[in-house]
Design a protein around this ligand. Sequence first.
Ligand SMILES: [Fe+2]
Ligand SMILES: [Fe+2]
Length: 163
Amino acid sequence: MLSKKMEKALNAQVGAEMFSSNLYLAMALDFEAKNLKGFGHWLRVQAKEEMGHAMRIVDHLLERGARAVVPALDAPPAAWKSPQAAFDQVLAHEIKVTGMINDLVDLAAAEKDHATGAFLQWFVNEQVEEEAQSVEIVETLKMIGESKGQLFMLNHQLGKREG
Ligand SMILES: [Fe+2]
Ligand SMILES: [Fe+2]
């Protein structure tokens, strides 16, 4: 069984992952409205992954005999002033989520909930990957600067993301 404290914290993380999903979908729709469909595609794939993260936690809660609840979510912004602004926010958001995952790992250790600690290791590794991929796009956008030609090349490349 999960402690009530762990159950509450994991449910809060379900909400955080669902918010991530909505944030990236909102960004995708903004890019698509601005005819940058490759960026939109990449962010739609990311939004799906985030919903997958939420479901992974839901499944862990159920497997441990706890309740999972669908939380209220804040609305994400609808528009960003530039691709750089959007991906700066992706990176900042992923760094924030990494901190939340680390806090959950700390809580699992404090509660001596080794099963949840082991479960969370997947997320620890996933955050390393997500931060790295966000940094790469942020840095590429910085190099691109005002070059429309290079922006369209990146758009094309991001449009090829499979999973
Ligand atoms: Fe996530
Ligand atoms: Fe993420």
